[in-house]
Design a protein around this ligand. Structure first.
Ligand code: ADP
Ligand code: MG
Length: 292
């Protein structure tokens, strides 16, 4: 049974823009061992910007960005938005003859009679397309484009780390959280850079949405003292609602962003502020002190 005082705690949390769906979750937040974060949209803004277009194989920059935009017009992924913004022209949706979005990989579509792939290296490798290794090093995420089975170019895009993540993670440590972990579908290099920049202990990259659920289950099993000690997952609900639902405590951030996230989460942080995770834990501790 849960002491009545927790209901007061829920009220206090909601006045701080933190929606707690039950007193049991507030109690759980006093015993957090591990906090697992999704990367895109959670640690980073999820607002990508195109930085460079690198055509290959005789293509021009404007052709690469145009084909990419035509394909991405069918997607609501943050990467799609950045490419459409860079193209800055209306896209004729009627030109797409076939469209298939492959979660965690990208898109395969037929446009103007050409088969276009837009996505990560995994997507191109699936179809045995060889990438040029003359692309140089990019600090951001790279989106690759293939036309009719040949590598045609790459688009370098960059996201920004949210302003208060680093302080928020430091605060979690101060509140007794033992480890912080990041999961992402993005590549190793980008993941390493972001994890290091914000002080995340460990990361797992190149995960498909289903891999994230499997990884979370593994990590949960590794929490010493579970079920008393808890694992928290923090996501934005884009591609990660199943992970939110699976965690001991699923926290969705940027509350009004996605209905799926609000459904699946146990705690919803209304504003897009990672430091509020620590605030939620602090409020939970304070509530428990009042009760005891
Ligand atoms: P994260 O795990 O960082 O939240 P996602 O699971 O949404 O990212 O996507 C993982 C990767 O799949 C992206 O980094 C990108 O390489 C590729 N990808 C997914 N959707 C698209 C798309 N619409 N266009 C291009 N690439 C995509
Ligand atoms: Mg995501």
């Amino acid at each position: 049974s849960i002491p009545l005082g927790y209901f007061g705690g829920i009220g206090g949390a909601s006045r701080n823009g933190i929606l707690v769906k039950g007193a049991n979750y507030l109690e759980a937040l006093t015993e957090v061992h591990t906090v697992v974060f999704d990367k895109t949209g959670t640690i980073t803004e999820g607002h990508f910007q195109v930085r460079a277009v690198m055509p290959q194989d005789g293509y021009r920059q404007d052709e690469i960005i145009r084909y990419a935009a035509m394909v991405e017009a069918g997607s609501s992924h943050p990467i799609a938005k950045s490419i459409l913004t860079a193209y800055a022209r209306p896209v004729d949706a009627g030109a797409i003859e076939h469209f298939e979005e492959i979660p965690g990989c990208g898109i395969r579509a037929v446009v103007e009679g050409k088969t276009i792939l837009v996505g990560n290296d995994r997507l191109l490798h699936r179809e045995n397309i060889v990438l040029a290794d003359s692309l140089g090093t990019s600090s951001g995420t790279v989106v690759y484009l293939a036309i009719d089975g040949r590598f045609a170019g790459a688009i370098s895009i960059a996201d920004q780390i949210k302003a208060d993540v680093t302080a928020g993670i430091r605060e979690l440590k101060r509140l007794g959280v033992q480890q912080t972990i990041m999961l992402t579908g993005d590549d190793q290099a980008v993941a390493e850079q972001v994890a290091q920049a914000v002080g995340i202990d460990r990361f797992y990259a190149e995960l498909l949405p289903a891999d994230k659920v499997a990884r979370l289950e593994e990590l949960e099993q590794q929490v010493p003292g579970r079920p008393k000690q808890k694992l928290v997952f923090v996501g934005d609900g884009i591609n990660d609602a199943p992970v939110l639902a699976r965690a001991d405590v699923g926290i969705a951030m940027g509350g009004l962003g996605s209905d799926a996230a609000i459904e699946a989460a146990d705690v919803v942080i209304m504003e897009d502020q990672p430091s509020k995770i620590a605030t939620a834990i602090q409020l939970a501790h304070r509530t428990k002190q009042i009760i005891m």
